[in-house]
Write a protein that binds this ligand. Structure first.
Ligand code: PLP
Length: 447
């Protein structure tokens, strides 16, 4: 065994080394079960035992827009590594791939997003957007604008600033003082609306709450609000249509920037290149990652207006912010090849078709006793579980994910009491049906 190359271990050995050495991100320490994924093709992945799983969660993490094992992306990576794997992008340097990719992202973006800064992923993009927002106000003579407004149950990452903005209670525990000056407001969740009087409009309530929060902090102290156009980790929450336009209007009135966190929604997931455009956000900064490379390389970016970029880097202003791998040549070449596939195979439009299939096959679940609501946004679906449909008492969904995997060989994911699917955009109708039948079977059996 020890003569084998380090990567060629048996399934049992891998699991043993894993348990002993590897610290998993977002992992519950008491879990001894380990699943080692070793290969992927299309919407299928295989574990180290050779067990096949239908991937309806975009490589488990909302990525994989173009599916697994695409030779076009492998070729792009190999070609770029042979030509130039990496060179710094600091100061006056850049590589050709990062320059052309920046132009391409801007060309695809809604009007008003004209400049691009590259990062290595979603959390870094959010960190960067926060710093840029503060720097923008600082250079414009408003250094007191240091506050950020986020929302309960938002997911913006797990580094200090992005993790503070994340609105899941557990992420804040045990790490001492967090990033200062982050306030959170209510989630736009029609099914679980805050306790408002009957007949009261949800958006009215949310806008009044936001206005009161801004007043409490002091309008001149707020740098930016951050929000996912459609909330992913919160369980596919689509806000009322007038929510973002009214938020935007309120923020503009107070000179507050809006950051659209499109790490999940960007590059096709909900059937648009940038979902924020369709929701009337008119964001000043947009954070992206995941779908930009379909997960074939770690890469993120912040798109921003000329006004923001010009203020933080214009004239003699030195931008003291950046990462070794900002604009990594190989990652950018992979992103180009990924965008080529999204365009050639019309996968952004296809996300809407996948959404129709998900709706058709999963909407009937809403009749089952354990299901509170089924929510579809493009190629994503959240099935919210309840112990009691009257009281809407949440029912945790971990057992559903496990049963889907063990009984049906379908890999989905749960977020609290919501079962989520965000499949590769290339998924076939037959594969959607297979996943839907599996979920229906599990929920019927559990009822
Ligand atoms: N923003 C959103 C909306 C996300 O869903 C995520 C991750 O799921 C992040 C930011 C953080 O991205 P990363 O895990 O790449 O740091």
């Amino acid at each position: 065994v020890n003569d084998l190359p380090f990567t060629a271990r048996t399934a049992a050995e891998l699991a043993e080394i894993d348990r002993r050495v590897l610290v998993h991100p977002h992992n519950h320490g008491s879990q001894s079960e380990r699943i080692t994924i070793v290969r992927g093709q299309g919407c299928t992945v295989w574990d180290a035992h050779g067990v096949e799983l239908l991937d309806v969660m975009g490589a488990g993490n909302w990525v994989a827009q173009v599916g697994h094992g695409r030779p076009e992306l492998a070729d792009a990576a190999a070609r770029q590594i042979r030509t130039l794997e990496y060179y710094t992008g600091f100061d006056i340097f850049a590589n050709d791939q990062s320059i052309t990719l920046a132009q391409r992202l801007v060309d695809l973006a809604p009007d008003g997003l004209d400049r691009v800064f590259f990062t290595n992923g979603g959390s870094e993009s959010v960190e960067t957007a926060f710093k840029f927002a503060r720097l923008y106000h600082h250079h414009r003579g408003e250094p007191d604008r240091t506050w950020f407004i986020s929302r309960n149950f938002a997911y913006h990452g797990s580094t200090f600033a992005s993790g503070t903005a994340t609105g899941f209670p557990g992420i804040h525990e045990g790490i001492g003082p967090e990033f200062p000056n982050v306030a959170r407001v209510s989630t736009p969740h029609p099914y679980r609306a805050p306790d408002i009087s009957p007949g009261r409009d949800l958006t009215d309530f949310l806008i009044e709450e936001l206005a009161a929060t801004i007043e409490r902090i002091g309008p001149g102290n707020v740098a930016a609000m951050i929000g996912e156009p459609v909330m992913g980790g919160a369980g596919i929450l689509v806000p009322p249509a007038d929510y973002w336009p009214r938020v935007r209007e309120l923020l503009s009135r107070h000179g507050i920037l809006l950051i659209a966190d499109e790490v999940v929604t960007g590059y096709g997931r909900t059937g648009a290149w940038y979902d924020s455009a369709d929701r009337g956000m008119q964001a000043d900064l947009v954070t992206v990652a995941k779908g930009l490379t379909s997960g074939y390389a770690p890469l993120g970016a912040v798109l921003m207006s000329d006004a923001v970029a010009g203020t933080i880097t214009g004239g003699d202003t030195y931008l003291f912010h950046g990462h070794t791998y900002s604009g990594h040549a190989t990652a950018c070449a992979i992103a180009h090849a990924n965008l080529d596939l999204l365009e050639q195979e019309k996968l952004v439009d296809r996300a809407r078709t996948v959404g129709e299939w998900l709706h058709e096959t999963l909407a009937p679940l809403a009749g089952l006793p354990l299901v509170g609501e089924v929510r579809v946004a493009g190629a994503t679906v959240g099935v919210e579980l309840v112990a009691d449909r009257e009281t809407r008492e949440p029912l945790m969904a971990d057992w559903v994910t496990r049963a889907l995997r063990e009984k049906h060989r379908v890999a989905a994911r749960e977020y609290g009491n919501t079962l989520v699917m965000a499949p590769p955009l290339i998924i076939s109708r037959a594969e959607v049906e297979r996943a839907a039948e599996a979920l229906t079977d599990v929920l019927r059996a559990g009822a």
